[in-house]
Ligand binder design. Sequence first.
Ligand code: HEC
Length: 134
Amino acid sequence: MATMKQWKTPPRALAGVTVAGFVLAAGCGDKQNAVQSLDVPDTAVTWCSEIEAIFAAHCTRCHASTKQGAERNGAPPNVNFDSYDAAVPNASLAFNLMQSGAMPLGGERVPADELALVSAWQEQGTPRCDATGD
Ligand code: HEC
C-alpha cells in the first residue's frame, strides 16, 4: 500500500482496479475447481488398452450386465460399462457425468489423467483395440 504514492494515478482509481483484479482472480479459481482442465493425449487410446480398466475401476460396481436388481444400486438396467458394445452408446454421457463429478455416484471423482484418456478415446472415435485386435 505504501508504494501507491509512487504512482501518478489518483489513489482512489488505483484501489478500484485492485479490487476488480482480486474478484476476477477468485472467480477463475472457482471455475477450475468445477471443471478440471484436461491434458488430452494424442497417442492412440483404445477400449482394450486403457478404457475398459477405467470403467472397471469406477463404474462396473453398479453398471455391469452381470449385476441385477439390488446389486446395481439403482443404476439403470440398460446402462452398462462392462463390455465395449454396452459402453460405446453411453460414452459421451459417461464422460460428461465423470467430468461433472455426478458419476461415480457416491464415489471419488475419476482422476484428471483418466478423464483425459476417456476424452481422447472419444475424439478418436471410440476404437475397440488396435488395428490387429478384434
Ligand atoms: C454406486 C453405484 C454407481 C456407480 C459406482 C456408478 N453409477 Fe452411474 N448411475 C447410478 C445410478 C443409481 C444411476 C441412475 C440415477 C442417476 O442418473 O443419478 C446412474 C446413472 C448413470 C448414467 C445414466 C444417466 C442418464 O441420465 O441416463 C450413466 C451414463 C452413468 N450412470 C455413468 C456412470 C459412470 C461412467 C460411472 C463410473 C465413472 C458410474 N456411472 C458409476 C449408480 C452408479
